[in-house]
Ligand binder design. Structure first.
Ligand SMILES: [Zn+2]
Length: 561
């Protein structure tokens, strides 16, 4: 080779390398997208209890991209809303899920967020009636888009204890969507997804009856001296079959599995453990993440929410539920490493909402706190309407912060600003109320910089939200006897305060750059980020790609192309 030829070869090599570096390619898409939601996972549980975790939650936090300032920006921080936000990347004003239930103005009654009378329930245990499905969700979910856009459509599998969470995580079609139904004494699905029991779920349910935990005791999994705070904390309100202290026995009111038994089981870490094992079984049965495309697995662990409502965020029960969930998720991740391959899947871990501290514990510190009874708000609204508009029968329905009036009353208030002002003034004077708005004026209040109005506007969906919006004060939450909000439990959620809005977001695995991130982000950013990793486009997301957590693109030459 002449010196000139040698120089040309060297130059070509340099060009090739340079071209490789310039045409850097993103990491290949994940083989499996795993979305893990922990119901009522407060943002600060990682800081408070995380030092005790050694397995799955430890791996996610240490090896993932942990967003420490993630929070829902909207008012209605409840389960169905949070799950729809996670799965669609949109806020309730877009996806239309404004509560766990809302008042249907045509039917004249409250309907559940996944209620659908055209559907039937397909049971893996005893037969049950009723229909649940995704028809109320006004956006496509990430899982929907993975099915629609990828050359090899994603297989979609979701599971939870609650129907609304399994359904919202999946979306409009799926291969298996499974949840628990106490009346059935086991797991069920919907005719929205299948016309017959899904064989692998049926086999799992048969081999693992929920009755197997009957009589089992939930005891502390960590040494007793490692629990923070008191076991029987002030204001704890366990269900009738349990006391405020460990152990808690999986037993109802009789010597065989009855309705309270199934309730106890749902409210224990044993239900999380069951879902973890069902998730592993679904990975094996459908070979999720082991085909040519990208599959989707969504799991919503419900026990923490039920435990949190009864025992509060500082309880031994919450701490123990998380310590056990650490192991449940650890077993799942270990299984995914073996089957899908370590580094070949991506996990998004988050909560659907947080929870308030127990009001009695806050009040003991001299801070204003309490429970806002929907009846008190309803009666105040009725009295105020009579005073403002004259005698008459004013029907007011209260669902959390949403007050629904008859259309002619709304019209009168629209035309009479003084009457409207009077009504809002009375509502603002109710003990525990921070703010009251005429829904049609949320826009202008939000534009003027009102934080409460801005949060309420993100939650507002015309036709489903209230005509009046009544926001509780900090450390106050709605309770009711009629089921339109959480009954008189120890604590709850559903407001726009930090303890309700803040949740963790951890992204882990394929395409993710580990680290701690402090930018303020929202769970609506999860679906856009996962969509970006998978190369699909969401039609109508409010969230954005969490770009700081994306692994740097890999130069093509290093990837052997
Ligand atoms: Zn809850």
């Amino acid at each position: 080779m002449t010196a000139f030829a040698a120089r040309r070869v060297a130059a070509a090599l340099v060009l090739t390398l340079a071209a490789g570096a310039v045409h850097a390619a993103p990491a290949p898409p994940p083989k499996l997208v795993v979305v893990i939601v922990v119901d009522q996972m407060r943002g600060d549980y990682i800081e408070r209890y995380g030092f005790q975790w050694t397995a799955g939650l430890r791996r996610l936090v240490d090896g993932g991209a942990w967003f420490r300032r993630a929070a829902y920006p909207y008012l209605t921080t409840v389960t169905c809303v949070g799950h729809a936000t996670i799965s669609t990347g949109a806020f309730p004003r877009t996806h239309g899920i404004v509560g766990n239930s809302w008042f249907d103005r045509e039917l004249g009654r409250s309907v559940g967020c996944s209620w659908d009378p055209r559907l039937t329930t397909i049971s893996y245990a005893a037969p049950v009636s009723g229909g649940e499905g995704p028809s109320s969700i006004r956006s496509a979910t990430l899982a929907d888009e993975l099915r629609a856009q990828l050359p090899v459509p994603a297989r979609v599998v979701t599971m939870s204890i609650k129907e609304r969470t399994a359904i919202a995580l999946a979306g409009h079609r799926a291969d298996a969507v499974t949840w628990f139904n106490g009346a059935a004494g086991g797991f069920v699905t919907s005719s929205a997804y299948t016309s017959a029991p899904v064989p692998f779920v049926a086999a799992f349910a048969k081999a693992n009856p929920v009755t197997a935990d009957f009589g089992r005791a939930w005891t502390r999994t960590l040494p007793a001296d490692r629990y923070l705070f008191a076991d029987a904390g002030t204001g704890e309100k366990p269900a009738s079959y349990w006391s405020a202290e460990f152990p808690h026995t999986m037993k109802g009111k009789s010597d065989r599995p009855d309705a309270p038994y199934y309730e106890a089981w749902e409210s224990s870490p044993f239900s999380d453990d069951y879902l973890g094992r069902l998730a592993i079984a679904s990975v094996d049965a459908l070979k999720l993440g082991q085909g040519k495309g990208t599959d989707f697995l969504g799991i919503s662990f419900s026990a923490l929410d039920l435990v949190g409502h009864d025992f509060g965020p500082t309880s031994h029960e919450v701490q123990d539920t998380l310590a056990r969930l650490d192991r449940t998720i650890g077993a799942l991740l270990d299984h995914l490493d073996r089957t899908v391959g370590a580094g070949d899947y991506v996990v998004a871990f988050t909560g659907d909402h947080g929870a308030a501290p127990i009001p009695e514990q806050v009040a003991a510190l001299g801070i204003d706190a309490g429970r806002l009874d929907v009846d008190v708000v309803r009666q105040a609204a009725q009295r105020a309407l009579e005073a403002a508009l004259g005698p008459g029968s004013y029907v007011v329905r209260v669902q959390y912060s949403d007050l629904i009036l008859d259309p002619d009353v709304v019209e009168k208030l629209r035309r009479d600003p003084r009457a409207l002002d009077g009504v809002l003034r009375v509502l603002r004077a109710v003990p525990g109320v921070a703010a009251a708005f005429f829904a049609e004026q949320l826009d202008s209040h939000a534009a003027a910089g009102d934080r409460d109005a801005r949060a309420a506007l993100l939650s507002y969906y015309p036709g489903r939200s209230g005509d009046l919006i009544v926001v509780p004060r900090p450390y106050w939450f709605y309770v009711s006897a009629d089921g339109t909000s959480q009954p008189g439990s120890a604590t709850s959620h559903g407001t726009m305060y930090g303890y309700d809005q803040k949740v963790p977001i951890v992204l882990f695995g394929r395409g993710i750059k580990p680290g701690e991130y402090v930018r303020a982000v929202t769970p609506a950013d999860i679906a856009p980020t996962l969509a970006h990793l998978c190369g699909v486009t969401l039609a109508h997301a409010d969230g954005e790609v969490l770009s700081e957590a994306l692994a740097p693109a890999v130069p093509a030459v290093q990837r052997g192309r």
